[in-house]
Design a binder for this molecule. Structure first.
Ligand code: ACG
Length: 460
């Protein structure tokens, strides 16, 4: 399966307010179908005060700027007619400070006080987030609350069993509307603060127990639902969750592919494959690897690879010749640019999708200016759709290759070899086998395959 990660605000605007919306996606389903994707991952669409939507005010609502429930149902219906599934991003680790639950908690409603994590006698309110030193304790009126993702998003307290039931209600609500599954935001963080010890600590066993119950519940409503987990961590941590979710995002592989291409070092890719796809080497796949190069938290690929389009194409060739499913972040198929210099400030990789070369036209979103993707950059649907050499058409070809060879998703990897400039490996299915070669040098190289000298062009 190939998924398209879609930021509604930036995609297509159906009502001329400059902000993308659900009807806009419905209008552009033909584009997505022609691209060849099988599923859309909608970034959060619930009511939220933040531009990205990860701070939810009401889990049972749709951001009015994006549309209403009828719009969503229509989108799902037409997407299904085109064999496209819709999965929803669902950030349940925290709420917005504007959420009614938090407002009631602040006003002393006991039920909701227990929904959040408050300072106790052991708390060190100066403790910082382990990966970037951001504060995690915030004062609201007279109390400090725990907010791993910042002052506007207090963490929910999953020690409280009532919340487990509340969450099931939320999953059911969206499944009943026809949603095909979920992208579980911040999945490793459900139990990451040890209240008894008064310190930050990942408690993976407890988190796994929580998700097992949620996954079983979701599957009891729709056994075909698709559950994707976001666990941004080392392969060792990701492995703890193997088998729990249908698809696991493979963050370490995304780094290894990009670094291998950037530094022209195939050995890094060998390392990435061995460390993160070992289950495909052993042929024992419990959770599908969700492979991607970039997402909304990261630099866009063209910027990451210093505008070297050959390297960009090589990275995509690698992505589409590994087992697992692929996720493409919107706009990446055009080669849009953007740098997220700070993980707390992600607007620069979420710029309006560029439909037109001059920067305006029907449906073009313009909720923010385009710092990285100004008009007349030759990065637009209009300029690329009929250009046979465009990145858009390159990616379309790769998607088509993948769809013609569905067996690749579960292929076993064998015979991984590399030298200074190339890597080769075999992908093996029940009745099929491909030998894959990627050339990392910026010029053709000669290699010997079965006693025949073959020239490998720059790329794959
Ligand atoms: C998700 C969303 C993101 C969203 C939130 C909060 C969560 O995609 O858009 O933020 O709803 C951590 C979390 C992820 C989270 C990102 C932003 N993503 O785990 O769930 O932060 C290290 C840490 C990771 C960390 C990553 C961030 O371990 O946990 O992700 O850094 O850079 C090696 C290591 C690996 C290390 C990496 C990178 O690979 O093995 O451990 O990861 O290097 O150094 C949104 C907004 C935020 C806002 C929030 C409320 O974007 O600004 O605050 O909503």
């Amino acid at each position: 399966m190939i998924f398209y990660e879609l930021f509604v605000r930036s995609f297509f605007d159906s009502n001329d307010d400059g902000i993308g919306d659900l009807n806009g996606i419905t209008q552009k389903l033909d584009y997505l179908q022609t691209l060849g994707i099988d599923g859309i991952w909608l970034l959060p669409i619930m009511k939220s005060a933040s531009f990205h939507g990860y701070t939810i005010i009401d889990f049972y609502s749709i951001n009015p700027l994006y549309g209403n429930f009828d719009d969503l149902k229509k989108l799902i219906k037409i997407a299904h007619e085109k064999n496209i599934k819709i999965i929803l991003d669902i950030p349940i680790n925290h709420t917005s400070v504007k959420c009614q639950w938090f407002q009631k908690a602040i006003n002393g409603d006991k039920k909701y006080v227990d929904y959040y994590v408050w300072q106790n006698e052991k708390t060190d309110i100066n403790e910082k987030r382990h990966w970037d030193n951001s504060p995690i304790w915030f004062k609201y009126k007279d109390k400090y609350f725990y907010g791993l993702f910042g002052s506007s998003s207090p963490d929910l307290n999953f020690e409280n069993p009532e919340l487990w039931e509340e969450m099931k209600g939320i999953f059911k609500f969206w499944l009943d509307l026809g949603i095909d599954g979920f992208r579980l935001d911040a999945a490793k963080h459900i139990f990451d603060y040890n209240i008894e010890k008064g310190k930050f600590e990942y408690q993976h066993e407890k988190t796994i127990k929580f998700w097992k119950e949620m996954v079983d519940y979701i599957k009891s409503i729709n056994e075909n639902s698709i559950i994707v987990s976001e666990i941004w961590d080392s392969p060792e941590v990701v492995k703890k969750y193997h088998g729990l979710f249908d698809i696991e995002f493979n963050f370490p592989l995304s780094y290894e592919i990009k670094d291998a291409v950037k530094f022209q070092d195939p050995h890094l890719l060998v390392k990435g494959i061995k460390n993160t796809l070992s289950h495909y080497i052993k042929g024992n796949v419990e959770s599908v690897s969700g492979n991607f190069l970039t997402n909304h938290d990261m630099n866009r690929l063209v910027s990451e690879l210093n505008n070297d389009i050959n390297k960009v194409k090589l990275a995509y060739s690698i992505l589409f010749t590994l087992p697992g499913y692929q996720f493409i972040y919107y706009g990446e198929e055009l080669g849009m640019k953007g740098l997220n210099l700070d993980v707390n400030f992600t607007e620069d990789s979420q710029e309006p999708f560029q439909w037109y070369e001059n920067g305006f036209g029907p449906g073009q979103t313009e909720w923010k200016g385009c710092k990285y993707n100004p008009p007349y950059s030759n990065i637009s649907y209009e300029s690329e759709r009929n250009d046979i050499d465009s990145l858009l058409n390159y990616i379309k070809t790769l998607i088509k290759f993948r769809k013609d060879n569905i067996w690749l998703s579960n292929a076993r990897i064998d015979n991984i070899r590399n030298n200074r400039y190339f890597i080769s490996y075999s992908l093996i299915g029940k009745n099929n086998k491909f030998d894959v070669y990627h050339n990392f040098k910026n010029q053709p190289i000669n290699i010997n395959i079965k006693n025949t000298e073959i020239q490998l062009l720059n790329g794959s």
